[in-house]
Write a protein that binds this ligand. Structure first.
Ligand SMILES: [Zn+2]
Length: 247
């Protein structure tokens, strides 16, 4: 009886611990490589961590956050860090490119620049004094330059960049449209050309990846709130995309 009781208590404790950490693995897998992307103006280090084989034919870069007021994608990155990628797929995870903005829930970096207007593709001076400021010049910000150097080095097959809160996957880039449509379908959200800046999108990360790296680049606009179930579904969609890209 006592043994039976101990087993029951043990099972209950296990169930409780599973409940506390969610239904996934109890602990994060270990990254097999990491790179420092940048040290921000606020003195915070941005690190990219790699999971799955470094020599896998498909390499994804997943950016959880660029705008400090949009933390939802970090939940997706957290799920991915706890999930082994499928065969043939390696994943670089960056939790946030803008940790300075994130700590105060602000869109811009510590220099008041919207990082997603600062990349040197179709850059234009715009929005000075506002939260969409493109910066004093193209690639003026350390976070922008750090991300460019990192992407130039690892040359991913595809980049997924999370924003909020339009609840759609962007199909603006022709090269990335088929991937974006699949990602949207697997997430259960609309695929559409997400409106950007006026008169045209300028200085975006995905524009730079599309035009300069010639890689697939997809902006995912998550909903205002990202539940655990939605984060898991978004993460599963990313890994499924990796498999599809390697087909
Ligand atoms: Zn955003």
């Amino acid at each position: 009886m006592r043994r039976g009781l101990a087993a029951a208590v043990g099972a209950a404790a296990l169930a409780l611990s599973s409940l506390l950490v969610g239904a996934g693995p109890a602990s994060a897998q270990d990254a097999n490589d990491s790179r420092s992307v940048v040290t921000t103006p606020g003195g915070r280090e941005v690190v990219a961590r790699h999971y799955g084989p470094l020599d896998a034919p498909v390499q994804l870069v997943v950016l959880g956050q660029m705008h400090g007021s949009e933390p939802g994608g970090r939940r997706v990155v957290k799920v991915l860090a706890d999930t082994a990628p499928p065969e043939g797929v390696g994943v670089w995870l960056i939790r946030s490119l803008n940790p300075d903005g994130a700590v105060v829930g602000r869109r811009t970096n510590d220099n008041g620049v919207d990082l997603n207007r600062n990349f040197p593709t179709r850059w234009m001076q715009d929005g000075a004094g506002r939260m969409f400021w493109s910066g004093p010049e193209a690639a003026s910000e350390p976070e922008t330059r750090g991300m460019m150097a990192f992407l130039d080095e690892v040359r991913p097959t595809a980049l997924i960049s999370y924003h909020q809160a339009m609840n759609a996957v962007d199909t603006s880039h022709a090269r990335s449209r088929a991937a974006a449509r699949r990602l949207a379908r697997w997430m259960g959200v609309p695929a559409t050309a997400v409106p950007c800046a006026l008169p045209q999108c300028h200085g975006n990360l995905t524009q730079w990846v599309d035009r300069r790296l010639g890689a697939i680049a997809v902006t995912v606009e998550l909903d205002r709130q990202v539940s655990r179930i939605e984060a898991r579904r978004a993460a599963a969609a990313v890994l499924r995309l990796g498999t599809w890209l390697g087909r």
